[in-house]
Write a protein that binds this ligand. Structure first.
Ligand SMILES: [Zn+2]
Length: 272
């Protein structure tokens, strides 16, 4: 009964970064597909083995992953926009927000993962030592300039990801092993690129609340998926321009209920 629990993934700086559907030109509606076509499509990337451990270290009942997408100005720049107001919002994250988050985590000795477009770190190199100072946190990949990877051809997506890894390795002194797609979505090539580049885990997909192994066309990949879900992200809930704004107390309630439900349901469905 000590089986898992819940993964709570928060990404406080993912504003404006909602996943965009992959544009499909001349798409044929699904009702005209064959069953083989449907099966081939859904099996391109699937959840494989459940990697939830039978028991967490120390007999703990619950494991929670806190993660932060440090987007800063990249969500503006990626579209080629030059809005000074939007860029100032990106600068806020580096000047004000990040320090508050890291201080809170460090005061409570909580480790976290920071997914960073390498352009963000190049614009604000002071973020590197701030995140690194406790020795608990992880730097992970979040694109080069928060590019919409799901819309890019293989060669461009691959080149940008290699550049992101090289830059992050040089700036942090550690080669990153984790990836979160900037668009929280895959192109048809993303998983192959991640496999070719030797990533150990991925954190953009939503087939479970617990860790699982990614499968590609029915084949095990050895890549661990740490799933996300938009309801656990701040971006859909906090839109300061008012389209989807939710009061902070209500957002906290959503996350607390989600945690409670995930914990409860995993304890009651473990069968252990
Ligand atoms: Zn992001």
């Amino acid at each position: 009964m000590n089986r898992l629990a819940a993964f709570l993934l928060l990404a406080p700086w993912c504003l404006q970064a909602q996943a965009q559907p992959v544009p499909v030109t001349d798409a044929i509606p699904g009702w005209k597909w064959t069953m083989d076509s449907i099966t081939t499509t859904v099996n391109a990337v699937r959840a494989g083995r459940n990697l939830n451990p039978r028991q967490w270290p120390g007999g703990k009942k619950v494991a929670v992953l806190l993660s932060f997408d440090v987007d800063n100005e990249t969500v503006t720049i990626r579209y080629g926009e030059t809005s000074v107001g939007a860029l100032s919002m990106g600068q806020y994250g580096a000047r004000v927000g990040l320090e508050r988050v890291v201080r809170l985590l460090d005061a409570r000795r909580i480790p976290a993962s920071f997914f960073i477009p390498s352009v963000s770190l190049a614009l604000h190199p002071e973020m590197g030592p701030l995140i690194a100072r406790s020795g608990r946190h992880e730097f992970a990949v979040h694109g080069w300039v928060h590019e919409m990877n799901a819309t890019l051809p293989d060669s461009v997506e691959r080149a940008l990801l290699k550049r992101a890894v090289d830059d992050l390795t040089r700036m942090t002194g550690t080669k990153p092993v984790g990836y979160r797609a900037p668009s929280w979505n895959f192109s048809p090539n993303t998983l192959s690129i991640l496999r070719d580049m030797g990533f150990r885990y991925e954190s953009s997909l939503m087939a479970d609340e617990r860790p699982y192994e990614l499968e590609q066309r029915g084949e095990r990949t050895g890549i661990v998926e740490l799933p996300v879900e938009w309801i656990l992200d701040d971006a859909p809930l906090f839109d300061p321009r008012g389209e989807r704004y939710s009061p902070p107390r209500e957002v906290a309630q959503v996350w607390m209920l989600r945690f409670t439900f995930s914990h409860w349901s995993s304890l009651n469905s473990s069968g252990a």
